[in-house]
Design a protein around this ligand. Structure first.
Ligand SMILES: Cc1cc2nc3c(=O)[nH]c(=O)nc-3n(C[C@H](O)[C@H](O)[C@H](O)COP(=O)(O)OP(=O)(O)OC[C@H]3O[C@@H](n4cnc5c(N)ncnc54)[C@H](O)[C@@H]3O)c2cc1C
Length: 385
């Protein structure tokens, strides 16, 4: 049986970041991804620039979309909108995650794609995992620690250890993107956010420009929902933006993602048990109030690797080190869960809330993003604060 210090399931942002920092710290690390890479991932692929500091890497220009985000336009149900200048990264997750996979390998991690994590057994000294490489028989591996970075479905770890997190009916939501090839009265460097409960009760519906792997630019219109029929919401939203922005063209691609984890559960944020550390979405760190999750996935991945290295050095429990390092982001996610926008009964209430907080949020955003440039990566504050 092959032996490792660390086994990581999932080759997304969380898994690749954990793999990079673990391998760089000298841990014999294997990370596996069930899909063939580059794999598509339904995601808007927009992030704050501090992500590069968390990753400890500058993202190569060719991995980014042609148009980076420079402007945010917040649109409301009554046709009014506010603008704000704010630079953000814009990329497609297939291109980006594949690059992150190579970064982790360059730092010494072993990577297998088309390799599914199937099962595990934990004991006092480590974890025995079963994986299956496409076209081969299942194989058992042994590791001192395991990191689960398999995303919101967390298969098999969280489903096996905490089946109750998936049984409720509370979260029937998901996310949908339409990629439209055509013309529109839209700025290609702007992120349009639509704060309207009819289109999304999870956050905002979105519209922006994306460069796909065919090298062509597309308009992406999408939404996410925690309840109700997300497809109906998306159709209503698409009709609205087509008229409002004279968006003409064919839908070249439809992307759908359904959430099986109960996003409303009070203890959604869960960092693991024993020698198993959960990172990113599988730890429940996707945050609808902030509207993003890749930064939390990357940071928690980095923390998980650091926690194992520190526990080896100090003789402490890795999970305790992890909980200490991740305290700020777990607290922020838990706090934000109570502020999710489905608490508003009407669009007027939602708009009044956003308008009332606009200046203070704007000032905090600018101040915290400036401070983030100087903070050590472990102390970076996830935005919006
Ligand atoms: C519609 C939508 C739009 C979003 N837009 C944004 C955005 O603009 N900005 C942002 O920051 N966040 C956004 N998010 C959230 C973001 O996508 C997630 O928070 C982020 O991808 C979490 O990273 P992760 O590494 O935890 O999980 P993932 O990125 O989901 O990666 C998990 C990986 O594990 C693999 N896997 C799963 N099971 C197994 C298994 N058994 N064995 C091996 N591999 C397995 C999967 O194939 C996948 O590659 C969006 C989410 C959705 C649904």
């Amino acid at each position: 049986m092959r032996e490792y210090d660390l086994f990581i399931a999932g080759g997304g942002v969380g898994g690749s970041t954990a793999a990079k920092f673990a391998a760089r710290g000298g841990l014999k690390t294997l990370f596996v991804e069930k899909c063939k890479t580059p794999r598509k991932k339904p995601c808007s692929g927009i992030q704050f620039k501090y992500l590069e500091r968390i990753l400890g890497e500058k993202i190569p220009r060719q991995r980014l979309c042609r148009h980076q985000i420079r402007l945010i336009r917040m649109c409301f149900h009554d046709g009014t909108s506010f603008y704000g200048a704010f630079p953000m990264l814009n990329y497609m997750r297939d291109t980006f995650d594949q690059w992150l996979n190579t970064v982790a390998q360059e730092n010494g991690a072993e990577f297998r794609d088309e390799c599914e994590f199937l099962d595990f057994e934990e004991d006092a000294n480590g974890v025995t995992v079963t994986v299956r490489q496409a076209g081969k028989d299942p194989e058992k591996l042994r590791a001192r620690y395991a990191v689960d970075a398999t995303g919101l479905d967390s298969q098999p770890m969280r489903r096996k250890l905490r089946p109750g997190d998936f049984s409720g009916q509370a979260s029937t939501g998901g996310g949908i993107n339409y990629y439209i090839e055509g013309k529109a009265r839209l700025l290609p460097f702007a992120l349009y956010q639509f704060w309207n409960l009819e289109y999304s009760d999870a956050m905002f519906a979105w519209l922006y420009n994306k460069t796909l792997s065919d090298g062509r630019d597309y308009w992406v219109a999408g939404t996410a929902a925690l309840s109700g029929d997300v497809r109906e919401r998306q159709e209503a939203f698409y009709e609205y933006v087509r008229k409002r922005f004279d968006l003409r063209g064919e839908i070249a691609e439809r992307e759908e993602y359904f959430i099986s984890m109960d996003m409303k559960s009070k203890d959604r944020v869960w960092l693991g048990q024993g020698r198993i550390l959960m990172v990113g979405d599988s730890a429940g760190l996707m945050d609808g109030v902030r509207g993003v999750g890749q930064d939390a996935a990357a940071l928690s991945g980095r923390f998980a690797a650091q926690a194992i290295l520190e526990s080896d050095r100090k003789g402490t429990r890795a999970l305790d080190e992890y909980a200490r390092l991740a305290a700020l982001i777990t607290e922020q996610t838990r706090r934000n869960q109570e502020r999710e926008i489905d608490r508003f009964a009407t669009n007027e209430e939602l708009k009044a809330y956003i308008k009332g907080n606009l200046i203070s949020t704007g000032v905090k955003m600018v101040a915290q993003s400036l401070l983030n440039r100087f903070r050590p990566p472990e102390r970076i504050r996830l935005l919006p604060p």
